[in-house]
Write a protein that binds this ligand. Sequence first.
Ligand SMILES: Nc1ncnc2c1ncn2[C@@H]1O[C@H](COP(=O)(O)OP(=O)(O)OP(=O)(O)O)[C@@H](O)[C@H]1O
Length: 253
Amino acid sequence: MGAPTDRAVISVRDAGVRFHRGRRHRSLRDLLVRGESGPRRDGFWALHEVSFDIAPGETIGVVGRNGQGKSTLLKLIAGVMLPDRGSVTVRGGVAPLIEITGGFAGDLTVRENIALTGGLHGMSRAALRDRFDEIVDFAEIEDFLDTPYKHLSSGMKVRVAFAVVSRLEEPVILVDEVLAVGDRDFRRKCHARMDQLTAEGRTLFLVSHSEWDLRRFCRRGLYLRGGRLVADGPMDDVLAEYAAESETNAPGG
Ligand SMILES: Nc1ncnc2c1ncn2[C@@H]1O[C@H](COP(=O)(O)OP(=O)(O)OP(=O)(O)O)[C@@H](O)[C@H]1O
C-alpha cells in the first residue's frame, strides 16, 4: 500500500468504518439487568481496508448491492464521518449531494438555505447575488422561496439541493442516488449540468443503481461488497464483474 500520491485529490488508505447493528448506546438496563458491560459484540465493518487514489478530474461510479458501504464511503469523503481505521485525505473542498436533506436546514426557508449553503462553501455575497436567480430558475422554485425547506416535497428538495450544490465552486462533487427522485425533465437538466461539471475538470463521485447513469458519467468504477473494495477499474469492466457476481448469487443461480 503506497503513500498518498501528490497528484491525488482524494487518497483513501486502509479505511474502515465500524457500526453496531443494535442500538447505538447500551442502556442502563443492559448494564444492570443483563450485566453486559464488556465490548459490544454486535459490531461490523461497514467499510473494511478500503484504499484508492483519485486524480483531479476523474469520474468515479460506486456500485454494489444495498447495504454494502457505498453511502458510507461518500460520507467519509464528504467529511461528515471519520474512519475508525486508516485515513481519508481530500485536497480541496467537496460539494456534497448526499441524502436529500443533507446539509439543508428544515426550518429555514429555501432562500435562507441557498444563502447558508453558498456561504458555508465560501461563496461571496456578490457571487451569491449573481447566481441566486440562476439557482432559482434551475430549480424552478420561485414560488416557494419563502417556504420552510421541510415543507417541500422530496422532488422539490432535490431540485433545490442540486441547483445549489452544482453551482458551488468546489473541485469535488459527490452525488448519492438523489437524482433518482427528480422527475424526467429535471433529471435531464441535471445530466446536462453534470456533463458541464465534468467537462470543467471537476472530480465526480456518483453512487447509483442506474447502469445508464454510471456508464454515461463515470470512466472508473469502484465495486463494494461487504464493505470491501473488490474491484477498481474502467467502469465497463467493473459493471461486467458486478453483473456476473449478481447472477452467480441470484436465487437459483
Ligand atoms: N449510522 C449507522 N449506524 C449503524 N449502521 C449503519 C449506519 N449507517 C449505515 N449503517 C449500515 O452500514 C451498512 C452500509 O450502509 P450504506 O448506507 O453505506 O450502504 P449502501 O451500499 O449505500 O446501500 P444502499 O444501496 O441501500 O443505499 C448497512 O448495513 C447499513 O445498515
